[in-house]
Design a protein around this ligand. Structure first.
Ligand SMILES: Nc1ncnc2c1ncn2[C@@H]1O[C@H](COP(=O)(O)OP(=O)(O)O)[C@@H](O)[C@H]1O
Ligand SMILES: [Mg+2]
Length: 142
């Protein structure tokens, strides 16, 4: 039976450190789909990712809950979507979601990606976040 690799982190700092390292392994054009309940660490992970991609002010990284998308100017462009409040995929289509995520010169990450499933190519990588305890999280990576 195939099992999905996972890591367990014991603090937000550990999640960021893991993401920072993970960022350095990514090829341009990668699409990361992040799912898991509120507070499971998706945004925290993206902060670390942005640091790993050379963003100087990672405090800029916040869930773009009300605007659907943020663009960070790291060494490569990092597109950050949050579909939590998405009501229809038309909202994504209207902002050019597919053009952004298919940009071969950028990295894209999508929180609550399950809500945008129909628009994400099969090449998207999936990260699933689980809350194990107050400061313990498990991240499945496939
Ligand atoms: N191991 C951990 N990894 C990530 N976040 C953690 C961890 N332990 C506690 N937390 C806390 O959980 C919350 C995660 O929030 P956030 O990253 O915004 O989640 P999400 O984007 O999934 O809603 C933060 O308040 C963070 O401090
Ligand atoms: Mg978030």
């Amino acid at each position: 039976m195939k099992t999905t690799p996972s890591v367990i982190t014991s603090s937000p700092e550990e999640t960021k450190a893991f993401a920072k390292h993970f960022a350095r392994t990514l090829k341009l054009g990668t699409i990361l789909c992040l799912d898991g309940q509120l507070g499971s660490g998706k945004t925290t992970f993206i902060k670390g990712l942005a640091e790993g991609l050379g963003l100087k002010h990672s405090e800029e990284v916040k869930s773009p809950t009300f605007v659907l998308m943020h663009i960070y100017k790291a060494k490569v462009p990092l597109y950050h979507f949050d579909c939590y409040r998405l009501e229809s995929s038309e909202e994504l289509e209207n902002i050019g979601f597919e053009d952004f995520i298919n940009d071969p010169q950028a990295i894209s990450c999508i929180e609550w990606a399950d809500k945008a499933k129909g628009l994400i190519p099969a090449s998207g990588r999936h990260l699933r976040f689980e809350i194990l305890g107050e400061s313990k999280r498990r991240i499945f990576i496939s």
